[in-house]
Design a protein around this ligand. Sequence first.
Ligand SMILES: O=C(O)CCC(=O)C(=O)O
Ligand SMILES: [Fe+2]
Length: 253
Amino acid sequence: MYPGVCDEIENYAVHRNVTAQDHPAILRPFLPELAAFTRHNHDNVLQSVLRLLSLSLELPEDTLTKLHDFEAAGQSAISFIKYHPRGECDAPEGNNVWLKGHTDIGTVTILYSQPIGGLQILSKDNKWRWIKHIDNALVINVGDGIEYLSGGYYPATRHRVIQPPVDQRNIPRLGVFYFAMANDSVRLSPLDHSPLLQKKGIKKYFEANMVPTMEEWRRERTSRYGRSELKPSATEERVEEERIRGTVIKHFN
Ligand SMILES: O=C(O)CCC(=O)C(=O)O
Ligand SMILES: [Fe+2]
């Protein structure tokens, strides 16, 4: 957040096991529907994506699905994020960036395409590009978890949310997401038995005794959010960096 920019984002996260937390009374009648929705995201969408990723790494198709067990301890969750339209407090120095460029902490994020623009990804040529809305489409991002498990073969998507185009600026933007994480106990070391990764090369992110589990990575990244000291990158403009367990995490302005 920038000085002078109001915090106008609301977020409600629902653990995939919807009864694992208390909910406001207004939401309780919808719990069966939410439970079915998390199951759909986990069993139909996430597991299909994970099977494809496993096969693409020339590994048995259940390699990654086994690491995302619905019943195991872990934090995969639905999130509803509401971005309210902004008034004068959307200060120009805020660069109209509503959510700074980042990578997601988990493995795979499922984003339900919605008509109010704002989402952009950083492409290989270092340009931010809009993600076009398509009715009934899903946007699938990979997060840090897949980057580390694939030894850098699938870099986590760098993405951000900026102010929508002028004709949509007065409309609330409601995002629906499934933020998937591997089981808490999964160590985020590269799947080095992948024949593909053996051919392509495996990037090393952590020293052998420093490789975090999914739970450790989640806790370390979330506890630092907004608190840790970010240093300007020596090589890239508008990029700030922090180090976690010796590996560099980038934040994009
Ligand atoms: O609102 C969006 O479209 C993306 C949100 C996002 O990237 C996040 O919450 O991590
Ligand atoms: Fe994100």
